[in-house]
Design a binder for this molecule. Structure first.
Ligand code: OGA
Ligand code: MN
Length: 205
């Protein structure tokens, strides 16, 4: 299966810099979408919480998805493929910006029918390590009437993103307020964050 990344690097850099987010379709080839979606159905999921560590609280009024964390040393080919995409994007970001990204944490997400995630930022109040959010969608035959869109709350208004198979969004974790609208069918994604040591709070262009 094809390993080469299909991200438009120059557009990603330009738009992340100018508007704080970047969305592209057809990043993941169809055969890898299938492999990731199949794997997602086989994994063990936990109800997602909000907050971090001992403050992690399950609150279904805020989010009702389930997650399955990815371990860095997983050997499943689809996960290895996913981590290679993540690695290429991390190298791109580190080449172009002085973000000092030095780690990544990611998980599969499953939103059952009716699930949502209310407006939030991806940074925790006491922990600003998350710098860039990176999400890949693996929903085959997705239709707009399924709901489940990612809605970005931007200064100029709302931007609605369809979670179609093979598409990718990345955005600045501290700056973009976003939510997942209630989905009418199961919705799956690979969601992750590039992290950095605390104390580096600037985004240079
Ligand atoms: C998250 C999140 C958005 C999406 O998991 O923090 O905002 O489109 N996910 O799945
Ligand atoms: Mn989020």
């Amino acid at each position: 299966m094809s390993q080469s990344i299909m991200v438009n690097a120059s557009e990603l850099i330009e738009q992340l810099c100018e508007q704080g987010w970047y969305y592209q379709q057809n990043v993941i080839p169809g055969e890898w979408v299938t492999a990731l979606a199949d794997l997602c159905h086989k994994r063990t999921f936990l109800q997602a919480g909000i907050g971090q560590g001992i403050k992690n609280i399950i609150n279904e009024a805020i989010r009702s998805d389930s997650i399955s964390w990815i371990e860095p040393r997983e050997t499943e080919p689809a996960v290895v493929y996913y981590l290679s995409l993540v690695d290429e994007i991390q190298q791109l970001l580190n080449r172009e910006f002085y973000l000092g990204l030095n780690g990544f944490e990611g998980h599969f997400s499953r939103y059952p029918q009716g699930a949502f995630y209310k407006p939030h930022y991806d940074c925790f109040a006491q922990d600003k390590r998350r710098a860039v959010t990176l999400i890949f969608y693996i929903n085959q035959n997705w239709r707009p009437e399924n709901g489940g869109q990612l809605c970005l709350h931007l200064p100029e208004g709302q931007k609605v993103i369809e979670p179609v198979a093979g598409s990718m969004i990345c955005f600045l974790s501290e700056q973009i307020l976003h939510e997942v609208l209630p989905t009418h069918v199961e919705r799956m994604a690979l969601t992750g964050w590039f992290v950095r040591h605390q104390g580096q709070d600037y985004f240079y262009s």
